[in-house]
Ligand binder design. Structure first.
Ligand code: PLP
Length: 280
């Protein structure tokens, strides 16, 4: 299957796509992104991703652009790639312009996308994974999906260096925020808890779908703050994300979560999420 890129309306082999060095995304991290996955040849939760992209652009005062054009670009690229289980990365940077902190919004935004195969991570859901925690030292607008991901990258690498899967960010006030590329859920006494939507976390699409599943299946849930101690003391912990799907976390900072096995309700939510995506 060809791995393809989309560069301002043109589709080409990925190795032929380049951006100019004065792209503001490259020099200032002045770009937003989305990541959409497909299952069995169908892109999932596209409208939610597009709505979040539009919001990110608006929050950063980008010039308005047609979301219909972005949607067609995504569909064209996805079709051309012929990849059934694909990850489509979409990035919009403000402009290519002489380096200057201020901006005029006069130059056209730069739209790039890539279509690549996504490995199946089903086995992780059966086995579970480990996490470490770290103080959240990111900026105050984690609700905007920008490419400024250096704290996330450094924190992910710290986990990997310690043999763990990911890092969970904890605020100075001891509140559990989210992981480096997923939201965090705990389950205590059959109730599902996750951080409310504030400027401190990304409004995950998978998070939203999981809460919808809880609603449909009459599983008790609450969007409320919880502490590091509640995280350690949970009956079940899992991460959620487009790539992560539902990933049980069975040890945190070398402490076992419950009996160190993926929890039952977590497995139910994983299956329900997959069935929403049309995967048996
Ligand atoms: N939180 C962060 C920091 C993320 O980067 C992501 C996904 O990239 C998520 C949460 C999960 O969001 P979604 O479910 O939309 O993939």
């Amino acid at each position: 299957m060809p791995e393809l890129a989309y560069l301002n309306g043109k589709i080409m082999p990925i190795e032929e796509a380049f951006v100019p060095i004065e792209d503001r995304g490259y020099q200032f991290g002045d770009a937003v992104y989305e990541y959409i996955a497909s299952h069995n040849g169908k892109l999932f939760f596209m409208d939610d991703h597009i709505a979040r992209l539009e919001r990110s652009l608006k929050e950063l005062s980008y010039p308005s652009i047609s979301m219909q054009m972005i949607k067609s670009g995504i569909s064209d690229l996805f079709k051309a790639s012929m990849i059934k289980r694909a990850g489509i990365y979409i990035q919009i940077s403000r402009a290519v312009a002489p380096r200057n902190h201020g901006f005029s919004n006069q130059e056209p935004v730069q739209i790039i996308m890539t279509a690549k195969s996504l490995p199946d991570t089903h086995h992780h859901a059966n086995k579970g994974a480990s996490a470490i925690t770290m103080e959240d030292y990111r900026w105050d607008r984690c609700d905007i999906k920008t490419v400024q991901l250096l704290p996330n990258c450094l924190s992910k690498q710290k986990a990997v260096d310690q043999g763990a899967y990911d890092t969970i960010f904890i605020s100075k006030e001891n509140i559990v925020r989210e992981a480096t590329s997923s939201n965090v859920f705990i389950i205590k006494n059959n109730k599902v808890l996750t951080h409310p939507l504030t400027n401190k976390i990304l409004p995950g699409i998978t998070r939203k779908v999981i809460l919808e599943v809880c609603m449909d299946k009459k599983i008790a849930f609450e969007e409320s703050f919880f502490t590091l101690e509640q995280l350690y003391d949970a009956d079940e912990v899992f991460l959620s994300g487009t790539v992560t799907e539902v990933l049980p976390i069975i040890t945190i900072d070398s402490k076992n979560i419950a009996d160190k096995k993926p929890g039952q309700l977590t497995q139910v939510l994983f299956k329900e999420l997959r069935s929403k995506a049309g995967v048996k």
